[in-house]
Design a protein around this ligand. Structure first.
Ligand SMILES: NC(=O)c1ccc[n+]([C@@H]2O[C@H](COP(=O)([O-])OP(=O)(O)OC[C@H]3O[C@@H](n4cnc5c(N)ncnc54)[C@H](OP(=O)(O)O)[C@@H]3O)[C@@H](O)[C@H]2O)c1
Length: 256
């Protein structure tokens, strides 16, 4: 029987690449994002290929959304085997000048919704003795991020939460993987109020397909933490050797 996979942030960037991978594996898909038209068209195309594909359009920063998704999955008889908590966004600039509501929405999406989605679907996985969860963190999970302070803090949460669950779930048949991409060429920069050119000038950008493919393999292996790309691996290791003051300064200069 095909596996049922729930993917948040399925309409673009890394999430869309996850959809392509699971579709090629003939999975049953439950897709979540805000853009209903895009979701409907994606599902029509997937159904034309003989797959079962459903969608739930919602703003995950809305506190009612995760429960709405879980209720929909239950109504449709979809027991989620794999949960991909991918939806997230950032915001660039000094915190004191930031749009405060945008920071709170970011916490609601990157932290609260991810936690609630995990809390809603994990017990079913444990009861069935199998399941996989992939939480999308970031290279930002490993250090404080002056000029994107709230975003980095949300991603630190994602890594910490995921790693803690990994240990708690040992022996249950359920695994949690935290995928930590480096700078990736997606719609992320637009959402974060950065220009794609400036982002690309500073960092060498990876394509989202490579990130999703790497994350998929790590998920299937049940790997706890998966940092994509050698520069990001070196960065994540390097910050453990440097004094915290030096790390703060380095990230600030890089981002400024
Ligand atoms: N790109 C990078 O450099 C990078 C690096 C490290 C980590 N990441 C992480 O990777 C994940 C995916 O980001 P991406 O780079 O692929 O960005 P993206 O291209 O902007 O895609 C974001 C996806 O999330 C959905 N989404 C955004 N806000 C939402 C909301 N409030 N409710 C429901 N869905 C929402 C978007 O669809 P709708 O607009 O239709 O809602 C879209 O499908 C994020 O968690 C991000 O933090 C990205």
């Amino acid at each position: 029987m095909s596996q049922t996979v729930l993917i948040t942030g399925a309409t673009g960037g890394i999430g869309l690449e996850f959809v392509k991978i699971f579709a090629s594996n003939k999975a049953t898909l439950l897709l979540v994002a805000r853009n209903e038209l895009r979701l409907r068209r994606m599902c029509e195309k997937l159904r034309a290929r003989g797959l079962r594909a459903e969608y739930f359009a919602c703003d995950l920063a809305d506190p009612d959304s995760p429960a709405g998704i879980a209720a929909y999955a239950e109504r449709e008889g979809l027991a989620v085997d794999i949960l991909i908590n991918n939806a997230g966004f950032g915001d660039y600039g000094p915190f004191a000048e930031a749009n405060l509501q945008k920071q709170l929405d970011m916490i609601d999406l990157n932290v609260r919704a991810l936690t609630e989605m995990t809390g809603l679907f994990l017990p079913g996985m444990i009861a069935r003795g199998s399941g996989k969860i992939l939480n999308v963190g970031s290279i930002a999970s490993f250090e404080p991020g002056p000029m994107m302070s709230v975003y980095y803090a949300t991603k630190a949460y994602v890594l910490s939460f995921s790693e803690a669950l990994t240990r708690e779930l040992k022996g249950t048949g359920v695994t949690v993987t935290c995928l930590c991409p480096g700078p990736t060429n997606t719609g992320f920069t637009t959402g974060a109020g950065m220009t794609q050119k400036r982002f690309a000038d500073i960092f060498s950008l990876t394509g989202p397909a490579a990130v999703a493919s790497y994350g998929y393999k790590a998920l299937m292996r049940g790997q706890a933490v998966a940092i994509h790309g050698l520069p990001s691996k070196i960065g994540a290791f390097g910050v453990r050797l440097l004094p915290r003051k030096a790390v703060r300064e380095l990230v600030y200069r890089l981002q400024k």
